[in-house]
Design a protein. Structure first.
Length: 151
């Protein structure tokens, strides 16, 4: 079950270029943005962003750090820096019509990028504080259902 309240997006860098997708629906239709989507019921945000990146771009990536969190009264969005693992970027042909690889500097100058993606990439360029994923897992949990950042 998807929801509209908990969302994720991620920056995947491949050889100095950032992965962006051209959205096909909603307020961002025909604009480029960072790939991401909704967190499913009982899914960790780290799992969600890894799944969403793969579904939308055919790329396998792992969550490395949180670089931003957006809060609205009706929604939150966790923004992750990702480690590229493998895969050739390819559109899913459904949620997006194309996958682009752009340098961060080129991406922020585009007129067709969403404002949120532009601001996230600007912070990424300036190497703003990142909260890295920690190794701590409480005894009442396990690595599959727990993640802490900044510890």
């Amino acid at each position: 079950m998807n929801n509209k309240y908990y969302t994720v997006c991620g920056i995947v860098e491949i050889e100095g270029k950032i992965v962006l997708v051209r959205h096909t629906y909603g307020n961002a239709k025909d604009r480029i943005l960072l790939p991401g989507g909704f967190v499913q019921e009982n899914e960790l945000p780290t799992t969600a962003i890894e799944r969403e990146i793969f579904e939308e771009t055919n790329i396998t990536a792992k969550a490395k750090s949180i670089i931003a969190v957006q809060f609205k009264p009706e929604q939150w969005c966790a923004v992750f820096a990702m480690d590229y693992i493998s895969g050739t970027p390819k559109s899913d042909g459904f949620e997006n019509s194309e996958v682009l690889l752009l340098s961060p500097e080129e991406a922020v100058k585009r007129n067709d990028i969403t404002n949120m993606s532009r601001e996230i990439i600007k912070a990424y360029i300036n190497d703003n504080v990142q909260l890295a994923k920690g190794d701590y897992v409480p005894v009442s949990s396990n690595r599959d259902n727990y993640a802490i950042f900044g510890v």
